[in-house]
Design a protein. Sequence first.
Length: 258
Amino acid sequence: MDMSRDKDYFEIYLNSFPNSPSLVIVRAMEAKNFPKEYLKEPILDLCCGDGFFAKTLGLSNIYGCDIDMISLEKATKQSVYKEVKLCDARTLDKYPAEFFNTVFANCALEHIDGIEQVIASINRVLKNGGSLIMTVPSENLNRWFPFRKSKLVKYNQRQRHINIMSENAWRELLLKHSFVLEQVYYLFNEKQYKTAILFDALPEILPKPIFRLYHLVLKLTPEPVKKFIFRKLLKPIYQNSKPLNSGGELVIVAKKKT
């Protein structure tokens, strides 16, 4: 696996998603600050989506699962996975007990109804001493959302944010299911997170005609111009990013008790 920290993850995402600045900055920062030292095969990419994040990390010969068949079809083409399976994260019934040394869920667990079942199932498929690596929005998302509460409600509904929980709530849930926390840190300070949210929440912030106009202008803008603008606005956030004691995204590494 090529998991070099010297990769420019911002440029990788910008080249692939030049019309999605929020996706670029969020995923690039997650990749740059991902706790790769805890990865040990066999690895399960839980809710793998299209597989682009795993590919960006430089992973290969890993397992992927998701409940969306279209995403799995895309993931299969990334040449990252040993196999991908259509599987519910609440049961993980396609996998035997104590099969994986690592399960990682990047920006996935906040979307799943029945989080208790998910954590219990992850525990079941992990070997003793195996690691769960998870990245979720922190409760600061609700505190730092830069617009009216009504806009926040609509934003969370569109994003299907079900589990926006505090660090302590995640800690208690993991301890309840026989995990021990190895590492906890955050990404994005308040100013950085508000910038990322600004781009992501435009459908809630702007009137529909103006939002459609924004999308049209973005689509018609030459790619070099878009990249120049987003590099100026967002790349310094990426370059200066580091683990924090508090922030917009929460990263937890938890080990299954032996």
